[in-house]
Design a protein around this ligand. Sequence first.
Ligand code: DX5
Ligand code: ZN
Length: 214
Amino acid sequence: MVKVSPSILSADFVNLERDIKKVSTADYLHVDVMDGAFVPNLTIGVPVVRAIRKCTNMFLDVHLMIDKPVRYIEDFAKAGADLLSIHLEADHPTRIAEALKVMDQCGVKKAVALRPITSARAILPYIEDLDMVLVMTVEPGFGGQAFLESQLDTIREVRAIIDRYNPACELEVDGGISPKTAPLVVEAGANVLVAGSAVYGAEDIPGAIAALRV
Ligand code: DX5
Ligand code: ZN
């Protein structure tokens, strides 16, 4: 069963509560946190996650595009995140492992995320301990970019690793997902689809969410 996680990066921030309610038929709510260092864009931080938590019971899938994420795990967990994704490129392996340990202590679900340049094998040291792997299908930083078809191989490789070492682990993809690209990523092994512009750019939002559940 394919799950959809609409990205509020494409929502109207003046009407965030209204725009969160608009995607209530989705499975998760994807929150993009950017620090202007790991990626060349700044978006939202801990106080906004706390505010979102107050206005919805949806599962908060928080994507941390920040350097040295271990510094903020506890803050985002306390703010109400249900799952945190940290980028494998954002710190040394020992500090990535430490961040995952802090997630355990805080009771949040654990994911690692891969930039397009990162090989699927980079998840091997962590795979048995993860709830989700996030494969970026664009360069992280901005919504509305074109899907990178070359990432289909990485999705297939991550799927093979998951099936072998931790079949319960979810495989999320993020970037350029639309009714056109959704069948490709699902066929390659993804089961959670993040979509920003394809959901919020649609006239019929529940229809757009349903259209991604291929
Ligand atoms: C990009 C973000 C994505 C973004 C996706 O760095 O991680 O979650 O919102 O937007 P679309 O679906 O428009 O590519
Ligand atoms: Zn994201």
